[in-house]
Design a protein around this ligand. Structure first.
Ligand code: AMP
Length: 500
């Protein structure tokens, strides 16, 4: 019966007949069997259908992380509908845009916000669910019994995830059943996940990393999951001795490194630490190995493509690179519509079953970024070495063009990061009357005093003049979003008037 619904078929297959249990903590303290999780998902599906959800309809959810929210995701797909998770941090105005754009049949929100969001819900049936799994949707689900899966084709949509929208309007990336299950199957095998694994899940579930990479891979392996409501160093360190894997963003690793309890003994049962969604500093990679004996496995992907490349499980995990294209995924680096020479920097393009179906109701945007022959233009600047390892150099739009010369922020950042007393840095371009743009470096010290002059002097004989920052600002921390990405747009705004 499950064959008819490809994603659910694959996600359930490994959990059937297994005693695999989801260990939950936080608001969901206790254990839940996979059989119960899927039974809950069926009740969700039945509830959604009772509220008029038809195949292809969108179900939007702006809810806190909980197992019930996972049931809502699975139930939506079971009902043949399209899951649309929204970051709980989005304001009412932002939510209004997503609801207006995606016109969901059902919109599930936090009970605390239901009165305010009623005005933006439009035609959608408004239901509630809080972080403890309570609300009108849970009440309705409690009255349901079983559900016959709605049949879908592999090319039918299972989810729409809005991109973070660093330039212009946020775009809804349409992901098919096949996009999701093919990528998760590849990752499960590539990273050797089995039912013996216990995965620490501390990522948000409104983003591709926590919802698809972590959740789908664990389900496909029939692995156990320590399901945490969010990042919590205390809970992660407590879970480590009885867990085998952690998936995190770089900030997870830097924060855990700050805790003296992180030792090789504590991590002795762990077999795999995975990082992605933002660049992992080489320094973090090295410090982690020193402190735990483990080399972090870094991978690369984006909302539109799921995961595209990964460092190997058995082979060389090279710090500062995002590894090789995953099996079935092709990657190339292009400049002016031509493939560059090996090792040269250009825009990374990827192709494979992982690549999305286009942007929701934005055919022009889709045509700009997804070529007719299936290559997706990622917008990331990258280079590929002779062994096929990909290095991400930054976003194309973060490239600084000063006096007609290209400056790749990563090149300058790497040199600054290597200086003693520097924790990390961000290099941006800001408007400059003479040069068009000027290179500006924001430097975060490790705690010791470090002056702009010292950084400037250290760089003077290492970089061509045009690459040297025209201004260096020492700050306490870089602005980051929940996924650990440095918000360069915010920095550009802060320093926009510097040279005017
Ligand atoms: P998102 O769609 O929110 O997942 O963001 C995707 C973007 O995050 C990519 O286009 C990259 O710019 C960045 N990204 C993801 N993983 C990595 C990584 N391992 N190293 C560097 N950048 C990354």
């Amino acid at each position: 019966m499950y064959d008819a619904n490809p994603l659910i078929h694959h996600l359930r297959a490994a959990t059937i007949g297994r005693e695999a249990v989801v260990f939950a903590t936080g608001p969901d303290v206790g254990t839940v069997s996979y059989a119960d999780l899927f039974a809950g998902a069926e009740r969700m599906a039945a509830s959604l259908v009772s509220r008029g959800v038809l195949p292809g309809d969108r179900v939007a959810a702006q809810v806190d992380k909980s197992l019930t929210a996972i049931e809502l995701y699975l139930g939506t797909v079971m009902a043949g509908a399209v899951f649309l998770p929204l970051n709980p941090a989005y304001t009412d105005t932002e939510v209004a845009y997503f609801i207006g754009d995606a016109t969901p049949r059902v919109f599930v929100c936090d009970p605390a916000r239901v009165d305010r969001l009623r005005t933006v819900a439009g035609e959608a049936a408004l239901m509630t669910l809080d972080g403890h799994g309570n609300g009108s949707l849970a009440d309705l689900a409690a009255t349901q019994h079983g559900f016959d899966l709605v049949a879908r084709d592999p090319s039918d949509l299972a989810a729409i995830l809005y991109t973070s929208g660093t330039t212009g309007r946020s775009k809804g990336a349409m992901l098919s059943h096949e996009n999701l299950y093919s990528n998760s199957l590849t990752l499960r095998d590539y990273w050797q996940f089995t039912s013996d694994d216990v995965l620490i899940h501390a990522l948000p579930i409104f983003h591709t990393h926590g919802l698809f990479v972590a959740t789908n891979v664990a389900l496909l392996a029939g692995a156990q999951v320590v399901f945490l409501p969010g990042f919590d160093a205390e809970a992660i360190l407590a879970a480590m001795p009885s867990s085998t894997a952690l998936m995190g963003v770089p900030t997870f690793y830097t924060r855990l490194l700050a805790d003296p309890r992180l030792t090789p003994e504590l991590a002795a049962n762990m077999r795999l630490f995975i990082s992605g969604s933002a660049p992992l500093l080489v320094e973090t990679h090295e410090n982690w190995e020193e402190r735990t004996g483990h080399r972090i496995l870094e991978r690369y992907g984006m909302t539109e493509t799921n995961m595209s490349s990964s460092n190997p499980y058995d082979g060389d995990r090279i710090a500062g690179t995002v590894g090789q294209p995953l099996p079935g995924v092709e990657a190339r680096v292009m400049k002016d519509d031509q493939a560059v020479q090996l090792g040269e920097i250009g825009v990374l393009e990827v192709r494979g079953p992982n690549v999305f179906q286009g942007y929701w109701q934005m055919p022009e945007k889709t045509a700009e970024e997804l070529r007719p022959d299936g290559w997706f233009i990622t917008g990331d600047l990258a280079k590929i070495d002779d062994k096929g390892y990909v290095t991400i150099v930054g976003r194309e739009k973060d490239l600084v063009i000063t006096g007609g010369f290209n400056v790749y922020p990563k090149e300058v950042e790497s040199l600054i990061d290597d200086l003693p007393g520097v924790l990390e840095s961000a290099v941006i371009g800001v408007p400059h009357p003479d040069f068009g743009e000027a290179v500006v470096a924001i430097v975060i010290p490790t705690g010791h005093d470090i002056s702009s002059e010292a950084v400037s002097t250290a760089l003077s004989d290492q970089l061509a003049k045009f690459k040297q920052p025209k201004h260096i600002e020492v700050m306490a921390a870089l602005p980051r979003n929940t996924m650990g990405k440095v918000q360069k747009k915010a920095l550009r705004e802060t320093f926009a008037e510097l040279f005017s």
